[in-house]
Design a binder for this molecule. Sequence first.
Ligand code: NAG
Ligand code: NAG
Length: 191
Amino acid sequence: MVTTKSMASSFTNRNNIVWLVGLLSILLVVSDVYGEPPSVVPSACKRAYAASGGSFTEDFCLSAFNGHSAGAADNADLALIAVDLATANATATEAKIDTLLGGSGAGALSEGLRLCRELYNSVVHVYQPKCHAAVKDGRYVDGKLCLRRTAQAPVECERWFEQRNVSSPVTREDEILAKLANLAIALTSIA
Ligand SMILES: *[C@@H]1O[C@H](CO)[C@@H](O)[C@H](O)[C@H]1NC(C)=O
Ligand SMILES: *[C@@H]1O[C@H](CO)[C@@H](O)[C@H](O)[C@H]1NC(C)=O
């Protein structure tokens, strides 16, 4: 009788320990997930997409901020990050155009690239610094006007090639910059 009882009790104790360890690991996982402040990105992307008129997708917004939203507390913070993502992108494209131009002389392709280089030069060195300052200071009307000029530059670059039936070597880059600028505009409008 005693043996049975102590066996039963030790069985119960072991079960309790297994149960406790299980509960503890669940708690650890849960606290890991909720230990960080909730990201503002998903709801911002949903609202930005709704405000965008379809110039980018919700997925584009999510992936653009992936790894770049640390410390962002609201839509205004995200708008400023989007402005800076556009600047970084345009800077890289300007360098790519320089490289492409380095290897070519005359011809329609270089002529188009030279126009695009002018456009990207204005984006990187004239518009974007102004857009950053405006959004940072909460001057959202100015910010949006400025970002629209940035969004227009890659459209003009592409149009040059389209009108001459020359295939653009920077179509992908142009599309991304237009989307990033439109993302920044949409976030600015809901900041
Ligand atoms: C440009 O933006 C795209 C889309 O978010 C991203 O995949 C790419 O890494 C960016 N490139 C640079 C140089 O910032
Ligand atoms: C443009 O280029 C494509 C492919 O090279 C050709 O089929 C088409 O006829 C061209 N169109 C014009 C208007 O030159």
